[in-house]
Design a protein around this ligand. Structure first.
Ligand code: NAI
Length: 462
């Protein structure tokens, strides 16, 4: 490390989102001196314009559905309307309480927060407003931005990013959602609950195409029931703005009209102009390339979160941040298994998974070495009480551990904790089958599915 400058800090973190602030917190906890550079607000996309406000919006939608559907449960209720300013102040309240808590936490750990836009000007130096901050280690955590398509500029009024969509002070009467991935189906779900008529356009043959085929089918069935229109295998072609909104044409020659178009075709790495490439960091289409220990090609420089190729999930960023802090502190942490990172899409019904889907498992182990079992939530008491439909699908290696858990249904996201332990601890169905599951819960369905896969189904039709 002879070529490194005298380091002012043990760690300089560039970016205060989930990945960056988790790294700063853990590094400080381990006794390292830390500078955390953030140009906007600590907490980043997840806290201010991503995970937290969108899940609050979805919850507001759930409340609207509950009021609207009370009669199904013998309750006299109705939805009188949606007051978006009230919904937005609920969202803002959730975000600002968490933001305050995070700021207090960062302060209490003695982390030096540098406000301003940072740039890597030497391998171990981040410059902010002309001032250099040197670190024995530098962690790049600059996050991601909403991508669009060529010729489709986001104007924030009729053509929206998810961030713009969270700032609307009205519920669009008709909306087109471009992209049937995670953001697309979550907004389609929330807006439908709040009273919009939504159409999703997805280029690939199914909604949530990264999930198991069976999960996509179940979600599509549920969306049809909710009257959420979707067109799969339908790439976007062009957009015209009309007097009252947008007119969208598809590659298949259809024209659709709506008040707004939400663009949800993925997020790109926010690395442009930050000087990474100039310092010898290996990049690919804006992403920072790292090894399994999150090291870039430049010694002492790491990257975490959405700028690292892989799933762009806040909790992945968190864990990567913690990993790097521990690595820098010499604790030799175990590399993260990407497939073991839980995934939940918070539309209604929810879609949750961990591990490999059936297609991936077959590719990895061969068709003869993979078994799957689907347990229908119809046999689960709590799911009946909630009036939800769906399933739990297990994928296992023949005579081996469970390598994938896939679930669809109201609230199944809350089951992902047990599912991730099963996957990450490489449990066999016989390990899970004897565990007593609380009755009546949806967790029981996970227990039942494992009983069935272990060859002793109880509440399942064989
Ligand atoms: P995504 O990659 O999940 O979905 C984008 C979709 O747009 C894909 O299905 C793709 O086939 C489709 N698409 C692309 N070009 C198209 C075209 N020309 N015409 C029609 N469809 C087209 O990306 P998304 O939904 O924008 O989310 C971005 C990131 O944010 C994801 O990595 C996601 O994991 C993360 N996120 C996670 C959430 C969660 O964990 N609950 C919630 C929201 C976002």
């Amino acid at each position: 490390m002879a070529d490194q400058p005298d380091a002012g800090f043990d760690v300089v973190v560039l970016g205060g989102g989930s990945g960056g602030y988790a790294c700063a917190l853990r590094a400080a906890q381990l006794g390292l001196s830390v500078a955390l550079v953030e140009k906007d607000k600590l907490g980043g996309t997840c806290l201010h314009r991503g995970c937290i406000p969108t899940k609050a919006l979805l919850h507001a939608g759930e409340v609207a559905d509950t009021a609207r559907d009370g009669h199904e449960f013998g309750i006299k209720s109705s939805l009188d309307g949606v007051d978006m300013s009230g919904v937005n102040s609920y969202l803002d309240g959730v975000v600002s309480r968490l933001y305050k808590g995070l700021q207090g936490l960062i302060k209490s750990r003695g982390i030096t927060v540098v406000e301003g836009a940072g740039r890597l000007v030497a391998p171990h130096r981040v410059e902010v407003d002309g001032q250099g901050y040197d670190g024995r280690n530098v962690v790049l955590a600059s996050g991601s931005y909403t991508k669009s398509l060529r010729g489709l500029p986001i104007d924030g009024e009729r053509v929206l990013s998810s961030e713009d969509a969270l700032r609307l002070d009205y519920v669009p009467e008709r909306a087109i959602v471009l992209g049937g991935g995670v953001i697309g189906v979550e907004f389609a779900s929330a807006w439908t609950s709040l009273g919009s008529r939504v159409t999703i356009l997805e280029a690939l043959p199914r909604l949530v195409p990264a999930e198991d085929d069976a999960s996509s089918k179940a979600l599509e069935r549920a969306f049809r029931k909710r009257k959420i229109a979707f067109k799969t295998g339908t790439p976007f072609k062009g957009l015209d703005k009309t007097a009252s909104g947008v007119s969208v044409t598809t590659e298949s020659g259809e024209t659709l009209e709506a008040d707004v178009l939400l663009v949800a075709v993925g997020r790109g790495p926010a690395t442009e102009g930050l000087g990474f490439e100039g310092q010898g960091i290996e990049m690919d289409r804006g992403f920072v390339l790292v090894d399994e220990r999150l090291r870039t090609k430049v010694e002492g420089v790491y990257a975490v979160g959405d700028i690292v190729p892989g799933q762009q999930l806040a909790h992945r960023g968190f864990q990567q941040g913690v990993f790097v802090a521990e690595q820098v502190a010499g604790l030799n942490p175990t590399p993260i298994d990407e497939a073991g990172i839980p995934r939940v899409t918070y539309c209604e019904p929810e879609v949750a998974s961990v591990g490999l889907n059936e297609e991936q498992a077959v590719r990895e182990y061969g068709a003869d070495s993979v078994e799957s079992l689907t347990y229908d939530l119809g046999g689960n008491g709590k799911s009946q009480i909630l009036r939800t439909q769906g399933f739990i699908k297990l994928v296992r290696r023949t005579d081996g551990p469970v390598v994938g858990v896939h679930m669809v249904g109201t609230r199944v996201g809350e089951l992902i904790g047990e599912a991730q332990l099963i996957y990450n601890w490489e449990a066999y169905p016989d390990d899970v089958a004897p565990l007593v599951h609380m009755h009546p819960t949806q967790n029981e369905a996970l227990g039942e599915a494992h009983l069935a896969l272990a060859g002793k189904p109880l509440h399942a039709h064989s």
